[in-house]
Design a protein around this ligand. Structure first.
Ligand code: TNX
Length: 537
C-alpha cells in the first residue's frame, strides 16, 4: 500500500515568497503604448512602433560598452539627467555583453545603417533600452530622444511620481544638416557664465551642435585678451542702457567651451570688425584714424564705428586677438563679423577682410563672416553667414564658399512675435511660431541649394533682452522649430503636424522652468496628470 505523503508546506511557502518578491520587483507589466505617437522634436528620420512599453524601475542600471572612459562619461550624463525626477540610483557600469532585462545599454558599433557621426539607432523593447551609434556624439544625440520619450516631468529637478514607461519600437535617426546653431549677443547686454551654460543645455536638448557667441560690439567687449587688457577693463564696463556690463576671463570662457564640448556643442566666437568696434576704439586710441578715444556707447544705433584699416597697429591688434581666441577655440571657425561697416570705405573694407582672412588661417582656423564679407575674396573654406542680402550670399557661392542660413525675417529670435510682444524689435518682420517654422533652407535664396548650405543658425540679438527670463521668452518656442529645420528633411516637415508635437512640449518646458511664449497658434496641451512637486508638499 502506498504511504500517504505529508504535504510539503515549507518549500511551498518559500516558493510563494520568492514569487512575491520577484513580482514586486518587476511590477513593470507592459502596457500598450504607441511610439509613433511620441512628440519628439526634432522629428526623427525613421521610426517603427511595436506597441508595447518598457518601464524604467529603481533597480535599473546604465550599462556602457566596456573599455572607454568617454562611454562611462556619457553613461553618467544620462544617469544625471534621469536621477533627480525618478529618484533612482541608476548606477553606471561597463559591460562586455548586452545586459539582462530592465536596463539601458549604450554602445558603439559600425554596423548601424547611417554611418555619419551624429547618427544613432535606438531600440526599445519590453526588456530594455539599447542605444547604438558609430560615435559618442551620436549617443549623446540619442540620449536626448530617450529623455523626450519619458513624460515631461522627467525634466524636473525634484522627485516626481512614476511610473517611468516609454513606448517600444525602433528609431533610426540622423541630421539633414551638419550645422545647427543659435547665436547669443553677449555684447549689447552681458550674460554671465551660468546663463550661457543654461542656454547651452537648452540647445543640446534639441540636438543643436553650434553656439555662436557675439563677443564684441559697439557697446561692449566681453572676452579677456591678455595682450590688450583695456578691451575688457574699460571696453567691457558697460552695456546698452548704461548697466555695468561685464566680461569673461579666459578661464571662464574656457569653462563655457568645455561645458559646451561636454554636450557636443562647438562654440564659434565672434569678434565683429572693422565696424561695430566702438568698445575697442574707446579702449585704445591707436586703433582710431584720428588717434582719439571715443566715449563708451550705450545706445542701439549701428554702423557708426570702424577700425582704422590702413594702420599697421590695427593688424597687430587683430593678430593678437585672433591668436588668443584661436587658442581658446577647439572648433574650426572664428567669426569675424564684417556686417554694417557703413563708415569704412569699400576698398578699405575689402582689403581689411582679405587680410583678416589670412590672419585667421595663420592661426589654424576657418573664417565665418556676415554676408557682407562676400564683397572680399573669400576662400572656398570660408563661410558667408547670410542674414539680409541675397546678392551677397550668391557672390559667396560664386567664389566657391558655403553659406550658413540666418534670414533675419525668419530666423532672428530678437524679432517680435507680433505687435503686442513687449520685448524685441521688428525691423525685419514679426515672426510668429508658424512663420518661424514654415520655410526651408534650400529655397530661401535663388540659386543656393543644399550643396551650398552648411546649415541653420537662429541668432538672438540683445538690444532689448536683459536677462534669462527675457531671453527664454524670445527663444521659446521658436528654437525647437529651428532645430527641426536643420535636423529633419524638408520633405518630412509639415506645420500642422509639427504644431501638435510642439503643443505637447508644454509640460517639458514647464518642468525645465522655461519662460515661454504661449502662442495662440499652438494647441498647447498638458500630458501630465500626476505631477508631484516637492515644493508643494
Ligand atoms: C542687425 S544682423 C545687426 C545687429 C543687430 C540686429 C538687430 C547683423 C549682422 N547686424 O547688429 O543687433 O540687426 O536685430
Amino acid at each position: 500500500m502506498m504511504q500517504k505523503k505529508s504535504f510539503p508546506i515549507a518549500p511551498l511557502v518559500t516558493m510563494i515568497a520568492i514569487l512575491l518578491i520577484y513580482t514586486s520587483c518587476n511590477m513593470e507589466e507592459p502596457t500598450p503604448m504607441d511610439l509613433a505617437a511620441a512628440s519628439l522634436i526634432p522629428k526623427p528620420d525613421s521610426l517603427t512602433a511595436t506597441g508595447s512599453s518598457f518601464e524604467l524601475t529603481a533597480d535599473a542600471i546604465i550599462y556602457v560598452q566596456e573599455g572607454s572612459e568617454e562611454l562611462l562619461k556619457i553613461g553618467q550624463y544620462i544617469a544625471n539627467r534621469l536621477r533627480p525626477a525618478t529618484g533612482f540610483p541608476l548606477e553606471v557600469l561597463p559591460s562586455e555583453k548586452i545586459p539582462a532585462s530592465g536596463n539601458i545599454y549604450l554602445s558603439l558599433s559600425n554596423e548601424i545603417e547611417e554611418a555619419e557621426e551624429e547618427a544613432y539607432e535606438l531600440s526599445i523593447t519590453e526588456k530594455g533600452i539599447k542605444l547604438t551609434a558609430t560615435q559618442v556624439v551620436g549617443l549623446f544625440r540619442g540620449i536626448q530622444t530617450i529623455c523626450q520619450l519619458f513624460p515631461g516631468r522627467i525634466e524636473e529637478n525634484t522627485l516626481q511620481a512614476g511610473p517611468w514607461k516609454i513606448a517600444t519600437g525602433t528609431i533610426l535617426d540622423h541630421p539633414d544638416y551638419a550645422y545647427r546653431s543659435a547665436m547669443l549677443d553677449v555684447s549689447r547686454h552681458f550674460f554671465p557664465v551660468e546663463d550661457v551654460k543654461r542656454f547651452i543645455d537648452l540647445l543640446a536638448y534639441y540636438k543643436m551642435n553650434y553656439l555662436h557667441l557675439h563677443l564684441s560690439d559697439d557697446q561692449g567687449w566681453r572676452i579677456e585678451i591678455k595682450s590688450w587688457p583695456n578691451l575688457t577693463t574699460h571696453g567691457g564696463s558697460t552695456e546698452v542702457g548704461g548697466g555695468k556690463g561685464g566680461f569673461y576671463t579666459q578661464e571662464e570662457y574656457a569653462e563655457i567651451v568645455q561645458y559646451a564640448q561636454d554636450r557636443f556643442i562647438n562654440i564659434v566666437p565672434e569678434i565683429d570688425m572693422p565696424g561695430h568696434t566702438n568698445a575697442a576704439l574707446a579702449s585704445y586710441p591707436e586703433l582710431n584714424c584720428n588717434g582719439k578715444t571715443p566715449e563708451l556707447y550705450t545706445g542701439t544705433k549701428v554702423g557708426f564705428s570702424t577700425l582704422c584699416t590702413d594702420k599697421e597697429i590695427v593688424y597687430q591688434f587683430v593678430d593678437d586677438v585672433i591668436r588668443e581666441l584661436a587658442a581658446l577655440t577647439p572648433g574650426p571657425y572664428i567669426h569675424i563679423g564684417g556686417d554694417e561697416s557703413h563708415v569704412t570705405a569699400k576698398d578699405d573694407y575689402i582689403q581689411f577682410i582679405n587680410r583678416v582672412q589670412n590672419i585667421v588661417h595663420a592661426h589654424g582656423k576657418l573664417v565665418m563672416g556676415w554676408d557682407e564679407v562676400a564683397e572680399a575674396s573669400l576662400e572656398s573654406s570660408s563661410i558667408a553667414h547670410y542674414w539680409a542680402v541675397a546678392d551677397n550670399a550668391q557672390k559667396a557661392v560664386q567664389q566657391g564658399a558655403k553659406v550658413l542660413m540666418s534670414p533675419a525675417h525668419k530666423a532672428y529670435m530678437d524679432m517680435q512675435y507680433d505687435s503686442t510682444t513687449h520685448l524685441g524689435l521688428h525691423w525685419a518682420a514679426y515672426i510668429e511660431i508658424d512663420s518661424a517654422y514654415i520655410w526651408d533652407l534650400e529655397s530661401m535664396v535663388e540659386g543656393i541649394g543644399k550643396e551650398n548650405i552648411i546649415g541653420i543658425e537662429a541668432p538672438l540679438w540683445t538690444e532689448t533682452i536683459t536677462n534669462m527670463d527675457e531671453l527664454e521668452y524670445m527663444v521659446f518656442p521658436r528654437l525647437p522649430g529651428y532645430a527641426e529645420i536643420g535636423w529633419t528633411a524638408t520633405s518630412d516637415r509639415n506645420w500642422d503636424e509639427y504644431k501638435v508635437r510642439l503643443g505637447k512640449q508644454k509640460d517639458r518646458f514647464e518642468a525645465m522652468g522655461i519662460n515661454f511664449y504661449e502662442s495662440k497658434f499652438v494647441p498647447w496641451v498638458s500630458t501630465e496628470n500626476e505631477v508631484i512637486d516637492s515644493k508643494n508638499n
